[in-house]
Write a protein that binds this ligand. Structure first.
Ligand code: ADP
Length: 159
């Protein structure tokens, strides 16, 4: 039984994240998308808003659930009986940080292993920060996020 956690900020969820979720859900029994509740990080959306957006975007995937977590990822993984952590790799710039995190997490809890999926080619450049930057200047978000998420980003930025 493969229970996996896909953690991240998802502020907001992009088409790149959704591509990883879709692909990871096909190779796991249960996939938990875990939204990091990091009070210190300046996020555009609240954790509750990010969870809700992800729930709406993944409603068609039967083995995917969305939760929020605070504290150590490995503790949350143990709480969920998860044995896999899924992360997406976009470019070499992601690699160093991700490698360090994966190794640290494995030392903290050797029962959980990190699996990397390479970003879809069409989303390899895409980040939540890019989405927010483009939105700030009124740019077209349709290549980056779903129409529903685009609507919410625009509303939030203009509020
Ligand atoms: P974090 O703040 O932890 O980087 P993100 O929400 O930005 O959280 O990303 C969560 C995970 O999704 C990370 O593994 C990141 O590398 C991956 N990711 C982010 N954007 C993309 C993308 N466009 N394509 C594939 N993976 C991505």
């Amino acid at each position: 039984m493969y229970t996996a956690i896909y953690p991240g900020s998802f502020d907001p969820v992009t088409k790149g994240h959704l591509d990883i979720i879709d692909r990871a859900s096909k190779v796991t029994d249960n996939l938990i998308v875990a939204v990091l509740n990091n009070g210190a990080k300046n996020s555009l959306f609240s954790v509750e808003e990010r969870v809700k957006m992800l729930e709406e975007e993944t409603a068609h995937l039967n083995n995917v659930t969305v939760k929020s977590f605070a504290g150590l990822l490995v503790d949350f993984a143990a709480e969920c009986n998860a044995n896999m952590i899924i992360r997406g790799l976009r470019a070499i710039t992601d690699f160093e940080y991700e490698l360090q995190m994966a190794q640290t997490n494995r030392i903290l809890n050797h029962k959980v292993d990190t699996f990397f999926l390479t970003a879809g080619l069409e989303y390899a450049y895409l980040s939540s920060s890019t989405v927010k930057e483009v939105a700030k200047f009124g740019g077209d978000l349709s290549a980056f996020v779903t129409p529903k998420v685009a609507e919410q980003v625009k509303k939030k930025i203009n509020s």
